[in-house]
Write a protein that binds this ligand. Structure first.
Ligand code: CAA
Length: 465
């Protein structure tokens, strides 16, 4: 049964920090953020916004634009790493908000959970819901998967310029208009790691930055190896001797903690895929140096990272590889459009790869490229750590949806924060009932908890007209 993403809707908060203002305030060269990280604007939530109301706003847009009634929806999952409660799931808050519009109890027939595994959990949520439909447990109903997060790092930390916020709601159903997931090839990898984590009670994560970058590359590559094996075994993809599986995948969309990470992930995958092919000789000529190998090629990630000579040589090689005509052509054709949104929104954790998909569709369509039957390979990564690689094919009906996509219009008029306002917001000094912006046609948070055990932690939201 063909199952996949039928439509998607986004919600991005209108406040943002400009990367130049930020760089100047922090004494960083603005070129580092523009080119080294790939960020121009980072979306920030107002004092009356949280991940649940962003999720509800994206979901309401999705339902309204598709004229969906609660009865059409059998499951609603929210994937997030910005949980609001240790027990109560974020989708229950979302249901509460939506029932303010659709009526008390209108979603009672449905089900769903909050999913957590850092940035990869949205992909697991999509996979589980696609299988719920494939198993025909859905009673003709669709599922909605929402990914919603606030990427917030400590003031003054290296993660601070990889922040962002937003939500994406995706409609998952049979015979979808946008993308059908390829069956029997989804591949995962999992390992206990501490590259990025947020212990109970902390608002910001503890991050081992370079380790997390490297682990991301390795884990996605491993999941990709397993995807390749399955794709060949199931004959989804057939390869000639001098072909790589990346030649047969039209687009590559990966987790985007920041724009540049997408480029690095593509470079890592292509090096891995091309190394054994005849074209590698020409590539090495263009690079102008041999590919370095670590002293202990079978060593652990830690031992390889500690191999300073190798790491230095490998960085030089990677940068030169990324300047070759081979890399540039694949990058422009298969990835560049998926990175546009990341540069003006920032990290969305669970949502970042799906904002990338949204960006890919919109910006490739604007180039007048025919997307019908094009295969997209997805490389999803969650710290902690797990990676999921899967693929899907764009359907002939995609234009119905994609023609109306307009990122700037959908975000709406944005408002730049000055550094003082940003620090006030970041330090949670703003008051919920004194937001910076007036809200219009959206859910906002109006109250948290009370003074008694009975009502502590209760969150109240209203739809503000
Ligand atoms: N002009 C142009 N480029 C410059 C420059 C300048 N003046 N100065 C530096 N740069 C370049 C550097 O050369 C480097 O480029 P390459 O990556 O191509 O080598 C780039 O800017 C980044 O600079 P640094 O290597 O000095 O890195 P940093 O100390 O700024 O840290 C980071 C970068 C590790 C990503 C940090 O921002 C961080 O810890 N972020 C949070 C963790 C994270 O996002 N990890 C990603 C993988 S884990 C994950 O994906 C899960 C998740 O969502 C968090």
């Amino acid at each position: 049964m063909p199952v996949g993403i039928d439509d998607m809707a986004i919600y991005v908060p209108k406040l943002y920090i400009d990367s130049k203002d930020f760089a100047i305030a922090r004494g960083i060269d603005p070129h580092k953020l523009e080119f080294g990280i790939g960020i121009y604007k980072m979306a920030m939530v107002d004092t009356n916004q949280d991940p649940a109301c962003m999720a509800a706003n994206a979901c309401l847009k999705l339902m309204q634009k598709n004229d969906l009634k609660p009865q059409d929806i059998g499951r609603m999952y929210v994937a997030t790493e910005s949980a609001l409660d240790e027990s109560k799931a974020m989708n229950s808050f979302v249901i509460g908000m939506l029932e303010q519009i659709y009526g008390d109890g209108s979603f009672e027939h449905a089900g769903g959970i909050e999913c957590k595994f850092a940035c990869v959990s949205g992909s697991y949520a999509l996979y589980d819901n696609a299988n719920w439909i494939r198993a025909e447990e859905n009673n003709d109903r669709a599922a909605i998967v929402i990914v919603s997060d606030i990427a917030k790092y400590d003031l003054g930390s290296a993660g601070e310029y990889t922040q962002g916020a937003g939500a994406i709601a995706m409609l998952v159903k049979e015979n979808p208009r946008l993308v059908i997931f390829d069956p029997k090839v989804t591949s995962t990898i999992i390992k206990n790691e501490y590259d990025f984590y947020r212990p109970f009670g902390r608002e910001t994560p503890l991050v081992n930055g370079n380790y997390s970058n490297y682990l991301y590359l390795i884990q996605v590559k491993k999941a990709f190896d397993s995807y390749r094996e399955k794709a060949i075994k199931t004959k989804l993809i057939q390869l000639q001797e001098d072909e790589s599986i990346t030649d047969k995948i039209d687009y590559i969309s990966v987790h985007l903690p920041y724009r540049k990470m997408g480029e690095k992930a593509l470079a890592y995958l292509l090096r891995h895929e091309w190394r054994c092919l005849p074209r590698w000789k020409q590539i090495i000529e263009e690079v102008g140096m041999d590919e370095p190998t670590p002293k202990d090629p079978r060593g652990t990630i830690e031992s390889i990272l500690a191999d300073k000579d190798f790491m230095k040589a490998d960085e030089t090689f990677r940068k030169a590889f990324m300047r070759t005509s081979f890399f540039k052509q694949v990058f422009e054709q298969k990835m560049a459009s998926s990175l546009e949104a990341s540069a003006i929104i920032g990290n969305l954790y669970t949502g970042s790869m799906y904002m990338g998909l949204r960006s890919l569709l919109e910006f490739e369509y604007k180039k007048n490229i025919d997307l019908e039957n094009k295969r997209i390979g997805f490389g999803s990564y969650g710290s902690g750590s797990s990676a999921m690689v899967f693929s899907g094919v764009i359907q002939s009906t995609y234009k119905e949806i994609v023609k109306d996509m307009n990122l700037e219009r959908e975000i709406g008029e944005r408002s730049k924060l000055d550094m003082q306002e940003y620090i006030r917001l970041h330090s949670n000094e703003g008051k919920m009932n004194e937001p910076i912006l007036n809200s219009n046609n959206e859910f906002v948070l109006v109250k948290i908890g009370g003074n008694t055990d009975y009502n502590a932690g209760l969150r109240e939201y209203v739809f503000s007209n």
